[in-house]
Design a protein around this ligand. Structure first.
Ligand code: PGA
Length: 249
């Protein structure tokens, strides 16, 4: 059975003091759902967050990593470095990385390989921009993003891959994909996986939706059969809101 997962992407928010305060608030929350819960603080706060949450059910994950093991890559962080501070899961391919840091499908394929080689799990993000949606090209775009970065992998790799469909037009805009739009795309993603890897593997992969998920809309989005959880930006910065979403299953 595939898992329900709610992951909070803090992006470039929260200094150390703010991180500690949010971690304290998160530890006070009660989880009533069976979802796996993850949070992704900035690199500088990964280790304190890992230490603070290691006795809880909340996994601390990274927002990005480099594909190289080490070397002359000023400003970058490797999978080994993440693992050395307790991090076992990494978000890759977020649209902000693609847009502002020129991450291409080719780079992302290398990052995915590097993370999997380290035994890490990957939350792999993709999604179309508004023009693609307006021209009804969203399926082609998403299919290519998945194929280009993931379809060189063998079937076993998908045990460590979580997919996150994030339509770019819905990220941080307050405009959510309708539950039906999310379901249609998630079903398409699963069909795309099934065509290459077979139905059994496609059924096992968790597919998260991301883009303006809030306490008010989470339950309806999560009720869709192919939506297995959410990647939450803005609403993950408040512990009550985040846990309202965690408990929306
Ligand atoms: P949002 O961000 O929830 O603030 O729209 C989602 C994301 O970028 O992962």
């Amino acid at each position: 059975m595939r898992k329900n997962i709610v992951a909070g992407n803090w992006k470039m928010n929260n200094d150390l003091a703010q991180t500690e305060s949010l971690l304290t608030d998160l530890k006070k929350q009660t989880q009533t759902s069976i979802a796996e819960v993850m949070i992704a603080p900035a690199f500088t706060n990964l280790y304190p967050a890992f230490q603070a949450l290691k006795s809880t059910n909340i996994e601390v994950i990274a927002q990005n990593m480099h594909f190289a093991e080490n070397g002359a890559y000023t400003g970058e962080v490797s999978g080994s470095m993440l693992k050395s501070v307790g991090i076992e899961t990494v978000i890759l391919g977020h649209s902000e990385r693609r847009e502002y840091f020129n991450e291409t499908d080719e780079i992302l394929a290398k990052k995915v390989d590097a993370a999997l080689a380290k035994g890490m799990r990957v939350v792999f993000c993709f999604g179309e921009v508004l023009e693609d949606r307006k021209s009804n090209n969203q399926e082609k775009i998403v299919e290519n993003q998945i194929k280009n970065a993931l379809f060189h992998l063998g079937p076993a790799a998908f045990q460590n891959i979580i997919l996150a469909y994030e339509p770019v037009w819905a990220i941080g805009t307050g405009e959510t994909a309708s539950p039906e739009q999310a379901q249609d795309m998630h079903a398409f993603i699963r069909k795309t996986l099934a065509t290459k890897y077979g139905a059994d593997i496609a059924e096992e992969v968790s597919i998260l939706y991301g883009g303006s998920v809030k306490p008010a809309n989470a339950e309806e989005i999560f009720s869709k059969p192919d939506v297995d959880g959410g990647l939450i930006g803005g609403a993950s910065l408040n512990a009550d809101d985040f846990f309202a979403i965690v408990n929306a299953f």
